[in-house]
Write a new protein. Structure first.
Length: 165
């Protein structure tokens, strides 16, 4: 896999610009792009999405193959390195920021991307001055993991959602 999707890319798409009822082509594109071995996500992102009680939760259940396991040795090693680094930054952040980050899918997403040499796709933006919470782009930058947003990915992969006549 070349690109790994953060939960927020799917949540924002579902809630805003690619709602399932008005842009089913986006969701179909995700499926065919995954089948081609280009995009995926991680199991912990899938678990976060399935906690909901909406169309996205059902979509995550129906597309379980999109979510890669984090149990491989390379990902586990990368996760330990991410957690260790974040621990050195804990005193610079708001109280509880480290535990909040480690309890979610984000460190697993970064670890998997690092293990695979993949790019993380997230709607978060780099903000090195932020001290409220750990941000995916900030952590990715430290580890040399590439990242981009949804629209950069769509442009890079020449995605088109054409209205059928």
């Amino acid at each position: 896999m070349n690109y790994l999707l953060d939960a927020n890319t799917l949540i924002e798409a579902k809630n805003r610009y690619y709602q399932m009822s008005i842009c089913p082509g986006y969701w179909h594109w995700l499926s065919i792009t995954h089948a081609a071995g280009v995009i995926a996500s991680v199991k912990s992102v899938g678990a976060e999405l399935r906690k909901g009680n909406d169309t996205l939760a059902q979509w995550a259940k129906d597309n379980h193959a999109l979510f890669l396991t984090e149990s491989d040795t390379a990902t586990q090693t990368a996760f330990a390195e991410v957690a260790q680094y974040l621990g050195t930054q804990e005193s610079l952040m708001k109280a509880g920021a480290l535990q909040e980050f480690l309890d979610g899918a984000d460190p697993w997403l970064i670890a998997k991307a690092r293990a695979l040499g993949a790019t993380v796709v997230t709607q978060e933006r780099l903000n090195e001055q932020n001290r409220k919470k750990f941000l995916i782009p900030n952590v990715c930058k430290h580890f040399g993991v590439a990242y981009m947003n949804t629209f950069e990915l769509l442009s890079l992969l020449d995605a088109q959602f054409v209205l059928a006549s």
